[in-house]
Write a protein that binds this ligand. Sequence first.
Ligand code: ZN
Length: 366
Amino acid sequence: MSRLFTLLSLILLISCTQPETKFPVYAWMGGPGDASDKQIRAEFSVLADRGITGLMYNGGQAKETYQRVGRIAKKAGLEFHAWIPTMVQGKNPELPPELYAVNGLGESAYDKPAYVDYYTFLCPSREDVRHFLDSLYGSIADLPEVDGIHLDYIRFPDVILAEGLWDKYDLVMDREYPQFDYCYCDHCVNGFKEKSGLDIRSEEDPSQVEAWKQYRYDLITFIVNRLADTVHARDKIISAAVFPGPHSIARKIVRQEWDKWNLDAFYPMNYNDFYLKGTQWIGEVCHEGVSAINNRVPLYSGLFICPRPEHKSEEPDPEGHGLVPGELKDAIRESLDNGAAGICLFTPGRMTEEHWEAFEEAVFVK
Ligand SMILES: [Zn+2]
C-alpha cells in the first residue's frame, strides 16, 4: 500500500512539474545512437519539463528502436511519432536500382543523385516502391509504443532550390533545369502518355506542360493517401513534414500538392532563412497553409532554430542559420496569429538557454 502511494505521489509530482503550455509544441529529433535507456530517459524528461508535447523521432527503420525509445517517451509523458523519410531511401537489397528516379538527362538518382550524395530518391510510379513503403510504415504503425507515423522527403527532388541555398551549391535556379527535374523513367513517361497522349520526352520545354506537373503532383498524392489508409487501418495517425505553401512554394519546387493529402496533421517547414525571409513571412505561409486545408486538421508551424546565434552573421552555410532568440517569440506569435495549432522545433538540440527563455515566455501558461 505504501509503495503504491509512493508511486502515485511520484506520478503526481512528475505531472505537476510539467509546465502547462498554451498550445502543443512538437520537436523533430533523431537518435538514439549509442545512448543508454537511462540517458534517453534523462533527455526526454528534460524535454517534457521544457514544455515539449511530443516527438517526431527519427530512429532509422528498425522496429526494435521505435519500441524501445517509444516506451521511454511514453513514460516521460511525450507523444511519440516515428519520423521516417519516404521517397529518399538508401541502398537496400529490397530496392533494386531500377526503382530509383531518373532525371531529364536520363541519369538515375541511384548512382548520380542531384546536389548531395543522399538524394537517392525513388520513382513514385512503381508499384514495388509503393509496396515497400506500405509494409515499412505499416509494420511501424503496428507498434503499440508508436502514436503516429510522420512522413518526410515525401516529394520529388527540388527542381528549384530554395533561394537561400543557391550560393552554397553555386547555382542560379531561375527556371527548371533537366538535371534536377524528375522522373523521366519509362514507367513515368509511359504512364503520362497513356493519360494525356503526350510524349514528354519530345516536348521542347517540359516545364511548360502543366499536365505533366499535375501528373507528378498526383503520383505523390497517391502514395500519401495510400499510406494514410494503411496507417489509419491500424488506428494510428499520420502526418508529414512539408515545404511551405502549398501553392507559393511546395508545389513549385518539390511538387507537393499537400492540400490534397488525407493526413491528420501538417508540419510545414517554415524555415524563413532558406527563403531569405523574416518572421512575418512565417505568418503569411501559415495563413496560406491553414486556408488551403480549410483548417480541417491541425497545422504545426515548423521553426528552424539557429544553433550559434552569436555567429549567425559570419556563418556561410544556411544550415547554420535560423531563428535567433530575439526572433523566436515573433515566429511563434506570427504562426499562432495566422491559424497554426502549435509549433514544431527543428531542433531542441539547437536551442540555446536564451532560446528556451524566449520560448517559455511565448509558450507557458503563466
Ligand atoms: Zn519514374
